[in-house]
Design a protein around this ligand. Structure first.
Ligand SMILES: Nc1ncnc2c1ncn2[C@@H]1O[C@H](COP(=O)(O)OP(=O)(O)OP(=O)(O)O)[C@@H](O)[C@H]1O
Length: 378
């Protein structure tokens, strides 16, 4: 006899939920999945009404489901957000060009505006040409550093308040493990945060922080969403691959391993002495950097000078000063201050400081000077 759904007790159970082991029907699965993401958004105070939010859209399963769920929740719970798809074209023939075709279809399917920024346009180098110059060994470093900055630059062009990405619970648990294994304690302290200030002080969040990858795939499949599922042509980060396999092995004997690791990571308190250097601006591009020259400029200089290892092996602070047109990351910073103020003080709160310098002395709100040196409300 077919088994009934553990939640509604009416419809036929068609799936076993990886996160809880419950046997549930399709409609209850959609409902619990979406409601959990809604709670993550509300509990983490990710947005304020009126925010312009960019969804980092790669065309893959995570960001495609994220775009669909963000649109659904924005309408269902009247978040009042203006949503945008923001894609980075890294210039990888046969991979990103195909996945961007998916994003272009998602644009029509979800009725969301789309902006695509490319490495070629921003840096003068595509990933294909970078791989030609550096080989396959370190190419992920270039790609990761450039993508992070490219998303911020795209966000600036769209005048966004916030970026969301499809990083899921598996990604977060893997990152915690990797930071532990590497002994990278400053990053370990930061990697469990649901919102980071972003390299350009643009708020950046992970609404899928507690969503299992298996459930995201299930959701995409059952909703028949249009997504691209090919792996990147260039070799993925090998070290992450080991952490991923280790996590999968743990999960097979203890399904709650992913969420347990996240909770453990959240409970670890990193002392201030081991926290990262305070960031300032890159002398060349104005982008946030803890060294005189940011990592992206250092990598670019290595490429331009035909010694690509330069930006990887040497500390960027040794790079010569070189004046270039600065990107206006100051504007990003101001926006982030305003966003934090609204989120933490509330719109009705009398505190009106946008770059909080503690001038309200805590009498009207909980403003404190931010420990990243940027000011702002917590
Ligand atoms: N080219 C890109 N353009 C815009 N956003 C991106 C891009 N690549 C990655 N992202 C964002 O970063 C998140 C994590 O990216 P990652 O490379 O780990 O891919 P993933 O786990 O396969 O996710 P997805 O299934 O969405 O591709 C994505 O979900 C997406 O929000």
């Amino acid at each position: 006899m077919p088994r009934q759904c553990d939640i509604c007790q009416r419809a036929r159970a068609i799936i076993r939920r990886p996160k809880t082991g419950q046997r549930i029907c399709k409609e209850c699965f959609f409902h619990v999945f979406e409601t959990e993401v809604h709670h993550t958004i509300v509990d983490g105070r990710l947005f304020s009404p009126g925010d312009r939010v960019g969804i980092g859209a790669s065309g893959g399963k995570d960001s495609t489901v994220l775009a669909y769920v963000m649109k659904t929740l924005n309408e269902r719970y009247s978040y009042g957000l203006e949503l945008f798809l923001l894609s980075v074209d890294e210039g990888i023939a046969g991979y990103r060009d195909d996945s961007l075709e998916t994003v272009k279809r998602n644009k029509e399917q979800y009725g969301l505006p789309l902006m695509i920024v490319s490495y070629e346009q921003l840096y003068g180098w595509s990933m294909d040409s970078i791989v030609e110059a550096v080989g396959r060994k370190n190419n992920c470093t270039f790609c990761g550093v450039f993508r992070r900055q490219a998303l911020d630059r795209g966000a600036l062009m769209l005048d966004l308040d916030h970026i969301v990405t499809g990083h899921n619970a598996d990604d977060v648990a893997e990152t915690i493990l990797m930071n532990l294994l590497r002994g990278d304690i400053p990053r370990l302290g930061r990697c469990t945060e649901i919102t980071t200030a972003g390299d350009g002080y643009m708020g950046r969040s992970k609404p899928f922080k507690y969503a299992y990858e298996k459930e995201i795939v299930m959701y995409a499949y059952l909703k028949r969403l249009d997504y691209f599922s090919t792996e990147c042509t260039y070799s993925p980060n090998a070290y992450r691959g080991y952490a991923r396999q280790f996590l999968k092995d743990l999960e097979s004997v203890r399904p709650s391993a992913i969420i347990d690791i996240i909770h453990s990571g959240e409970a670890i308190k990193v002392s201030e002495e081991v926290q990262a250097q305070k960031p300032s601006s890159c002398e060349r591009c104005g982008y946030i950097s803890s060294n005189a020259v940011c990592k992206a400029c250092a990598l670019l200089e290595g490429l331009e000078r035909g010694i690509p290892k330069l930006g990887i092996s040497r500390s960027a602070k040794h790079f010569e000063r070189q004046a270039v047109e600065p990107v206006h990351f100051e504007r990003l910073r101001e926006k982030a201050h305003e966003m934090r103020r609204r989120r933490m003080c509330g719109d009705s709160n009398p505190c009106t400081t946008t770059s909080c310098d503690d001038s309200c002395h805590g009498t009207t709100c909980a403003c404190t000077t931010d420990d990243d040196g940027a000011g702002g409300c917590h």
